[in-house]
Design a protein around this ligand. Structure first.
Ligand code: FE2
Length: 277
């Protein structure tokens, strides 16, 4: 444990004693049926984590290709080919900095994502993502100001939305379903940096169906802690990823600001369960 930053002396906070998850089989049924019919928010994401510099040290050397690096290595003609698939090719300076995708002014559209995958062998760890409540930028994912659930999510995933709304948040700034296809893994990475982030980002993650092996890893990757509970808060300053398994897996992450009384309850329950040091 000592090598993870963790929460309140524990590797992560198990929220299952504080939040009733008896509706999860119903949510799983609702979500599976909805995902089969709806257009996802994206058909692949997370393909530039290495380039963004957020992966664990041992991930840099793995054989999976990152589109940030691939795009840097393209000839001007090859880049023009990629840009031609964008929504507004004329807005891109082919001789400018090659900044595309997540958290840039030129997010990938579906065609570009598929082209990077088919032509250049880029790996997108999360094959499916669906925004039930969207953030505008990564930085505002904890603020609920001016945001609401997507009308489609309200219509097609009503029980899930009802459950998320019942969670002990004062405000919700983002709610996203992340899914991995059979065989896919999510590389170990961290969302914020210890010593840089002012506080631990407040979030609740939940997996209505068992079988997703989400893990936390120490900075050397010597030890992995698989999160066994269906609902949890983890410290995203710790490296985290998902092990490969031979079937589709998903979870939902909700970011926001906790009700103060809930934050206190989590601390109390988690400290009680933390291993003695
Ligand atoms: Fe993450």
């Amino acid at each position: 444990m000592s090598k993870l930053v963790g929460l309140f002396g524990a590797p992560y906070a198990d929220l299952s004693a504080l939040i009733d998850t008896s509706c999860f089989p119903t949510l799983d049924d609702e979500l599976s049926y909805a995902l089969a019919r709806l257009e996802p928010s994206c058909n692949g994401t997370g393909g530039s984590l290495k380039w963004m510099g957020v992966v664990a040290p041992w991930v840099h050397d793995d054989p999976y290709l990152d589109y940030g690096h691939v795009l840097e290595g393209l000839s001007r003609d090859e880049l023009a080919r990629f840009v031609s698939l964008g929504d507004d090719p004329a807005s891109v300076d082919l001789d400018g900095p090659r900044r595309f995708g997540d958290e840039t002014d030129h997010p990938l559209n579906r065609r570009q994502m598929l082209y990077l995958k088919y032509r250049h062998g880029v790996y997108f760890p999360w094959a499916v993502c669906y925004h039930l409540l969207s953030d505008d930028r990564w930085e505002d994912k904890h603020s609920g100001a001016g945001k609401d659930f997507e009308p489609e999510a309200l219509r097609e995933m009503p029980r899930t939305v009802e459950f998320v709304k019942s969670l002990p948040f004062r405000e919700i700034g983002r709610c996203v379903l992340f899914g991995l296809e059979a065989g896919q893994h999510a590389p170990a990475h961290r969302d914020s940096e210890p010593g840089v982030a002012p506080s631990v980002a407040q979030s609740i993650s939940f997996a209505p169906r068992k079988g997703k092996r989400f893990y936390l890893a120490d900075p050397k990757g010597a030890q992995r802690t698989v999160v066994e509970t269906p609902i949890y808060w983890f410290n995203d300053m710790d490296y985290h990823g998902v092990e490969a398994d031979p079937y589709f897996r998903y979870s939902i992450r909700v970011d926001g600001v906790f009700e103060p009384s809930f934050a206190r309850d989590v601390e109390r329950v988690t400290r009680r369960s933390a291993p003695a040091r």
